[in-house]
Design a protein around this ligand. Sequence first.
Ligand code: PRE
Length: 96
Amino acid sequence: MSDSPTSTTIDDLRGRIDRIDAELARLLEHRALLAARVQRLKPVGGFAGRDPRRERELVAAMAAHAPRLGEERLARIMAAVIETGLDAAEAETART
Ligand SMILES: O=C(O)C(=O)C[C@]1(C(=O)O)C=C[C@@H](O)C=C1
């Protein structure tokens, strides 16, 4: 896939972003499902059982794949991802 100015338009780039966003949504859904399963296996799950060390470790591992974003920005993104996953897990628990 070329990024040359002649072949790349805003529409092309937005199309590529849309495809990545669809993939991200599927991955986030899958991640939330797995994180909900972890909550059910932990002695204390949900927000009460939050594990800051595990969160730091997963962000550090991700940073190796995302040098443009870097660890500090990834930490902000992953805080939102993790909190949203915990929120969905707690809502599911409340329904069942
Ligand atoms: O690994 C865990 O202990 C989890 O509960 C999963 C998870 C996550 O979403 O990755 C969620 C909350 C914790 O603070 C750390 C990680």
